[in-house]
Design a protein around this ligand. Structure first.
Ligand SMILES: [Zn+2]
Length: 361
């Protein structure tokens, strides 16, 4: 928690005042005669935010895109590949567009004294302070968010703990929005997904599509040169990207109707096989079958037990659903708690399985 908490105040514009959410005052505007004279007198700057409020994208909600320069996406890949078996992370600097889309201009990785654990990363506080201060004072770059890697945990989304941290941080003075990037990797390639948080809906984040600017960030060379003594570069020489969710492939996605977690990567198919094996070990004498419903959602059917485990769209952010063979949802006494943690998905699934099916056997 500490990192985000303590960061507020550094590298945010000191003059920035958290905008108060203003309700449109229809009452007043109805009562008043149009004052053409006044509107002509008003500066255009006065108008701009009001006009934007009525048009999509909605700046009062988390943005559905995240802008990043190619150099910074590459930098993330190299940082993630530095630690393929353990968590690593860093911070994102840049600014927000008028409609609330983050623009990532400069990415930093772990400092010398950062602590890396299997399922946790703690940034070097001193490193972050010094770099953050310089990036702000010299270039006015803002601290817009965090990134960390779930390395090979098989979790491409924020964990429950990540959501707690972000929802705690978003809405603090100067931080009406935050961007969280989650990295994943194999031994040779990395992927990174962007998640936007907004103070109006602190826990309901949006997975953003990357809008990649195909050029080096205008800040990359100059910062690397001027802060050479301070900045720790990645050890990995070359970026190596797996498939990323960008504004370009999002069009294809919607054309192929609903993508499911299962079809996102080959690793996920392996994870699914592990789920099936786990169900089989709970029901050693039953036949366990994987089926795909008409909706496109996969399920694990436990033949003879009149039970199916459906993985709905939105999995793994949404938990599995236990149904009977007709697809009717089965609810137990204790409502199941599916909370994805900073752990392999198989661990989360195992916990859910023993809680849900323990009473079923
Ligand atoms: Zn995490």
């Amino acid at each position: 928690m500490g990192i985000l908490d303590n960061l507020f105040g550094i590298s945010s514009d000191p003059d920035y005042e958290r905008p108060r959410r203003r309700e449109p005052d229809y009452e007043t505007s109805r009562r008043r005669e149009p004052d053409y004279e006044a509107s002509r007198r008003r500066e255009p700057a006065d108008y701009a935010p009001r006009r934007q409020e009525r048009t999509a994208p909605n700046q009062d909600l988390p943005s559905e895109t995240a802008i990043i320069y190619r150099s910074e996406l590459d930098q993330l890949s190299r940082f993630i590949l530095d630690y393929p078996n353990i968590e690593t992370g860093g911070q994102l600097f840049g600014y927000w567009t008028g409609t609330g889309t983050p623009v990532v201009c400069y990415v930093i990785g772990p400092g010398y004294n950062a602590q890396h654990y299997d399922t946790k990363f703690v940034q070097d506080w001193d490193y972050l302070q010094r770099v953050g201060r310089e990036l702000h004072d010299r270039y006015r770059l803002q601290h817009i968010g965090e990134w960390h890697s779930h390395h090979q945990l098989g979790l491409a989304h924020p964990s429950g703990g990540d959501v707690n941290t972000m929802s705690y941080g978003v809405g603090k003075p100067g931080f009406p929005r935050l961007l969280l990037c989650i990295g994943n990797c194999t031994r040779t390639t990395s992927t990174v997904n962007a998640f936007n948080f907004h103070e109006n809906t602190p826990r309901r984040y949006v997975q953003a599509a990357w809008d990649v600017v195909e050029m080096e960030s205008p800040f990359r060379s100059i910062v690397d040169t001027e802060l050479q003594r301070l900045i720790l570069p990645p050890m990995t020489r070359q970026a190596s990207h797996g498939q990323i969710r960008s504004t370009r492939n999002i069009v294809q996605e919607s054309a192929t109707v609903g993508t499911h977690w299962l079809t996102e990567s080959a690793e996920n198919v392996e994870t699914m096989k592990a789920f099936v094996g786990m169900v089989q070990s709970v029901f050693p004498s039953h036949t366990i079958k994987t089926e795909v419903l008409k909706t496109g959602e996969p399920q694990i059917a436990i033949k003879g037990a009149d039970a199916c485990i459906k993985l709905p769209y939105g999995f793994p952010a949404k938990g599995p659903i236990l149904t009977d063979e007709k697809g009717r949802e089965l609810t137990g006494d204790s409502r199941d708690e599916w909370e994805i943690g900073e752990e392999p998905l198989t661990t989360t699934f195992g916990r859910w399985l023993s809680a849900r099916l323990g009473l079923y056997r």
